[in-house]
Design a binder for this molecule. Sequence first.
Ligand code: PEP
Length: 249
Amino acid sequence: MNTEHTRRRLVIGNWKMHGQRAANASLLDGLRANASAASACDLAVCVPFPYLDQARAGLQGGSIAWGAQDVSKHEQGAFTGEVSAAMLADFGCQWVLVGHSERRTLHGETDLLVAEKATAALAAGLTPVVCVGETLAEQEAGKTQEVIARQLAPVLALGAEQVGRVVLAYEPVWAIGTGRTATPEQAQAVHAGIRSQLAALGVPEVRILYGGSVKASNAASLFAMSDIDGALVGGASLVAEEFLRIAAA
Ligand code: PEP
């Protein structure tokens, strides 16, 4: 485990299914105008598909990148309603979330499908942020490490070259949108477990974000942990000042 933090921090906002053109415009303006307050880390926002072009127009040329919240595993074809990785790249996306717990739970996404989506993203030159995390019942049954290992298995099976180009996000389902955050020590323990798996594969420097009710008030204590490389932020990413305060932490 690293005692000195060598990996560049990364904070990604997940707008989820929120937004409207006028409100987005002021959020994007607020982010862009004040991004220098958080220049010590990489910053990105993952917006709903219809707003990708607005994110591009509002952010291009600045220091904040943008991306999407899901991607198809398919390259193209008769897949009504799906959006390909090449389409995301066409809108200047650098990032895409895959396997967010809301996709896994509400849309039945399997561990294998998540790995396939990550592969599609990588093939189009995007960086997939592969989300993993256990439910409250799994956590209470002491199954956290087992669940994370199961979710990660098809991703790690892609091999060192591919895995070396992803970002992972540990998001305990019981902490997402609940106001209940994992303690820094709880999150660090899971991140350290993931880090050992990455080290065994030869890619120990892959960034691992924590997500789950991260706010400006708890970000610094999470970021103080040696294996927490930043955050995936849902609700708090909808307010520019709060999001940038997290990034500045
Ligand atoms: C998320 O949507 O990935 C998330 C972590 O949400 P929140 O920060 O609102 O818990």
